[in-house]
Design a binder for this molecule. Structure first.
Ligand code: PGA
Length: 253
């Protein structure tokens, strides 16, 4: 495919499930310390996968406040058409889980406005912001069972910077568990596109659980295709996959 200039091996860090969160947190902190930008720009996922890592980071914060005071945060994705106080908003979820506990104040946070009246202007606003404030120093990603990263669903276009997209039924089903039923899962969402994610200086893909094993195998060993957006990670050199044994069951046996 024309957009694939070179194929890179993904660096795999295999952990047992008990160590997954600690290893993910230590890897992220190591990348942060190696970062030579004065205010590293990070983007972080919501979902079940990073919860243990965030607990580790909250503990770390208690003794390392100076490190966290430098960080700028950019939202990876966000449900669309929700009011600012809606608990389903990813910005509110991450605020509770990480950003407030880590004292990453509002002036160091940038994200999509879910209730923006003009979605096109909203994605453009994020594009302009990234142009002036990027690139992302560290992108931490989860993996959808359909291969999405952020909310770049199967078929996502490679060179988009920010998008409003229709969520796939698989993603809505997966998210239904968090919001007591499918009816509560929005149908549309904003997402950083694949371009700023792949342009990040360092990328971590976190994958845990046997239910991710089949898709992780495709991401690592299948064709590089927009039908599996995470397979595009093999087009850049700086990706570390942190995966537990269950997630690597098919690939490594
Ligand atoms: P999960 O979500 O961590 O809840 O499995 C991952 C994702 O969809 O990105």
């Amino acid at each position: 495919m024309s957009y694939v200039k070179k194929i890179h091996d993904l660096h795999i860090v295999r952990t047992c499930s008990q160590d997954f969160a600690r290893v993910a947190a230590e890897s992220f902190l190591g990348a942060l310390k190696d970062c030579d930008t004065p205010s590293p720009l990070v983007t972080l996922p919501t979902g079940h996968t990073p919860l243990g890592m965030y607990e580790e980071l909250r503990t770390h914060h208690a003794n390392n406040k100076a490190l966290w005071n430098r960080i700028r945060y950019l939202a990876l994705d966000e449900y669309a058409d929700l009011k600012p106080d809606d608990p389903r908003l990813f910005q509110n979820w991450l605020d509770r889980e990480l950003l407030t506990p880590l004292s990453i104040n509002q002036d160091r946070r940038t994200g999509f406005r879910s209730d923006a009246a003009d979605p096109e202007a909203e994605t453009r606003r994020i594009e302009i912001w990234l142009d002036q404030n990027g690139p992302i120093d560290i992108a931490v990603l989860g993996l959808g069972t359909n291969g999405h990263i952020g909310f770049n669903e199967p078929g996502a276009v490679f060179n988009h910077v920010a998008n409003l997209i229709a969520l796939s039924s698989e993603t809505r089903q997966a998210n239904a568990a968090y919001w007591s039923g499918l009816d509560h899962v929005p149908e549309k969402a904003y997402t950083l596109g694949l371009k700023p994610i792949l342009d990040a200086r360092k990328i971590f893909l976190l994958v845990s659980g046997a239910h991710k094993s089949a898709i992780l195998d495709k991401v690592m060993n299948g064709p590089i295709t927009q039908d599996i957006p995470a397979s595009m990670l093999r087009t850049v050199p700086n990706v570390t996959v942190i995966a537990d044994k269950d997630a690597l069951e098919i690939t490594h046996g």
